[in-house]
Design a protein around this ligand. Structure first.
Ligand code: IMP
Ligand code: MG
Length: 178
């Protein structure tokens, strides 16, 4: 793994500040609603961990794993559930916690799938969004940052399972993508 990145897009400090803001917003919007935060593995794991520790109301956590990629950098639109929720979400206020919305195909599938289980509400909280790449129309109430149309890594986001442990978010160096 490289330690030098030409293009750091979002510094650790900026991430921390924005995560606090999102947590404050969620704490206000979900007061007395006992939300269930659903982390989409593995990319959203650090975001989820930092976010919930800044949330000041009671909440529950659950985890889901899906696979959506045909290739390393492009969504196929075919989504497979690798690990389903433990919780029954009927009547619950669900917040899907995602790392990045790119084409939107994965989150659209997830929202449809979870809505079919009759929750009281489903919203999306994503750390990053790449709006220029959208193929499916998605309504994301909570967004950390917009990023340009570049493949990004770090703070949970991977390229072929590498780089997840970076403390910041960077663009994948060109010479690394093959
Ligand atoms: P979508 O279905 O195209 O919206 O893709 C969603 C998933 O693809 C995300 O949850 C990520 O796991 C992955 N992904 C999309 N863009 C990137 C990126 O720039 N870096 C790392 N992972 C990405
Ligand atoms: Mg993901």
């Amino acid at each position: 793994m490289k330690t030098q990145f030409d293009e750091i897009l979002i510094e650790e400090k900026e991430i921390r500040a924005r995560v606090s803001e999102l947590a404050a917003q969620l704490s206000e919007d979900y007061r007395d609603r006992d939300p269930l935060l659903v982390c989409v593995l593995k990319g959203a794991v650090f975001f989820m961990a930092d976010l919930v520790r800044e949330i000041t109301i009671s909440c529950e956590l659950d985890f889901m794993a899906v696979s959506s990629y045909g290739s390393a950098t492009d969504s196929s639109g075919v989504v497979r559930i690798l690990k389903d929720l433990d919780a029954n979400i009927e009547g619950r206020n669900v917040i899907i916690v995602e790392d990045i919305i790119d084409t939107g195909l994965t989150i659209s599938y997830l929202m449809k799938n979870l809505r079919a289980r009759n929750p009281a509400s489903v919203e999306v909280c994503t750390l990053l969004t790449k709006p220029t790449r959208r193929k499916a129309d998605v309504n994301c109430r909570y967004v950390g940052f917009e990023v340009p149309d570049q493949f990004v890594i770090g703070y949970g986001l991977d390229y072929r399972e590498d780089y997840r442990n970076l403390r910041f978010i960077a663009a994948l160096p060109e010479e690394d993508s093959r």
